[in-house]
Design a protein around this ligand. Structure first.
Ligand code: GLY
Ligand code: MN
Ligand code: MN
Length: 443
């Protein structure tokens, strides 16, 4: 493992999270932490299972996907123990413990059953906290606490600040995701359906659907107005107007979250996309330590209001569009969120390590991040404008109806909406745009 290899930063990552965990355990008066990776949930009245996804608190320690049934046991001052589950099973090919450098950071026990896993842990777990999915046998394990909230708050709060290893993983997840986006754009330009575009994305990422950090949103034309559009139509609509694709890739448990919007030969919509792209980059330039994310969100709403007026959609001042809530009808989500082991990472509105809540600005219930930025935070920047019937229809009957140019709305509605989303790591003086850097290497 060379010094240039991102994997070289894993031991320091483990030291960092060991230190954070030791402090959290001391504050909450536990002697140890037992983390479970989870098991794939079964389908009701069936012998099939949903795809396995390791629990995020476990993934913070173990950068490996094939870990169903495994545990990590940590006690301050000792090497963490990885109890790696490899059952004897001739129906499935269970993963071997990989021979990768990160494994050396653990004291490893390979076990074939849950009973053997228990035997590989300390005899008494009376002062140990468990974080994971409870399972029936756990009741007889003698644990001190199951998923105690005060401990989880401390661990969640700290997860906002990424270690260099985590940033390297997110950088790689962006590199893979950018390749997927390039292929998706080409499939769109070639006239592909949502299904075809999704297949192109997966193939270019080299990842199967269940490996992605979230369900990709691949929306042609008016479908772009559904914020979490979940279908993949097998036939391309005609005429093809626009693609909004929100899709990320995974690396070592960390995910990218990237959105691009493309116009199909419509200069008017393409100009609006270009304006949104400039607006998004302007907001990225505001990201630095000490900035309250709520202020970034409110600034985004102001700038989107300017864009709506300049695009001829609104016939009032930008200030009036913000004040009356008109701008929020076209931009009804938050400007971004924490990103990491989960696409909407934990702790975004937490007031401190003990818990508590930093309130959202009044009138902005969808904002997922209200904290002040610190170096090492990874956030998304994702302004958007959408033509959503459910939000616009009541406006037509309301007192602000005359402030909207409805013919302009009707002209743009068939394009669905626009979102541009990048992933940023906060640095001591500003931020690094992981997504733009990834796309730049492809040119
Ligand atoms: N992909 C979900 C989001 O952007 O928040
Ligand atoms: Mn996002
Ligand atoms: Mn997204």
């Amino acid at each position: 493992m060379s010094q240039d290899d991102p994997a070289a930063s894993f031991p320091a990552h483990l030291r960092d999270i060991s230190g954070r965990t030791a402090a959290a355990l001391a504050a909450c008066r536990y002697d140890g932490l037992l983390l479970q990776a989870g098991e794939p949930p079964g389908l009701f009245l069936d012998d099939q299972h949903y795809p396995f996804h390791a629990h995020p608190p476990f993934k913070a320690w173990v950068p490996h996907a094939d870990v169903a049934g495994s545990f990590v046991y940590f006690e301050p001052g000792r090497k963490p123990r990885l109890v790696f589950h490899k059952p004897d099973d001739y129906w499935h090919q269970n993963a071997d413990l990989p021979s990768e450098p990160w494994v050396e950071a653990f004291d490893v026990a390979v076990v074939g059953s849950q009973a053997a896993a228990r035997a590989a842990l300390p005899a008494s777990l009376a002062r140990v906290a468990y974080v994971g999915q409870p399972f029936p046998e756990l009741l007889s394990w003698g644990l001190g606490a199951l998923n105690p909230e005060h401990l989880r708050h401390r661990l969640d709060y700290e997860r906002a600040r990424k270690t260099p290893w985590e940033v390297a993983c997110l950088r790689e997840a962006n590199a893979i995701g950018a390749r997927g986006h390039r292929a998706a754009e080409a499939a769109f330009r070639a006239g592909g359906s949502e299904f075809d575009i999704h297949q192109a994305f997966l193939a270019a990422c080299g990842q199967r659907e269940q490996e992605l950090p979230y369900n990709a949103i691949v929306a042609l034309n008016e479908a772009g107005a559904t914020l979490h559009y979940q279908h993949l139509r097998r036939r391309a609509p005609g005429p093809l107007r626009s693609l909004l694709i929100d899709a990320g890739a995974s690396w070592r448990g960390y995910g990218s979250d990237i959105t691009r919007t493309w116009s199909h030969a419509d200069p008017d919509f393409a100009a609006l996309v270009a304006a949104m792209d400039r607006l998004q980059q302007g907001l990225c330039a505001e990201v630095r330590p000490g900035v309250d994310w709520r202020a970034i969100h409110l600034l985004a709403v102001e700038r989107i209001a300017v864009l709506l007026v300049e695009a001829g959609l609104l016939r009032c001042t930008p200030a009036a569009a913000v004040e009356s809530g008109l701008a929020a009808r076209f931009f009804p989500h938050g400007i971004g969120h924490l990103l990491g082991l989960q696409v909407h990472d934990v702790g975004g509105t937490q007031a401190g390590p003990d818990g508590g809540e930093i309130p959202r600005p009044p009138g902005h219930p969808a904002l997922r991040l209200t904290r002040v930025l610190e170096p090492g935070f990874v956030v998304t920047m994702e302004p958007g404008v959408y033509f959503i019937d459910a939000l616009l229809a009541p406006l037509r009957q309301g007192p602000d109806a005359a402030r909207v140019d409805w013919s302009r709305v009707e002209a743009l509605k068939p394009f669905g909406g626009i979102r541009i989303e990048d992933d940023l790591v906060v640095t001591p003086n500003g931020c690094d745009n992981l997504t733009r850097a990834a796309f730049a290497t492809l040119q």
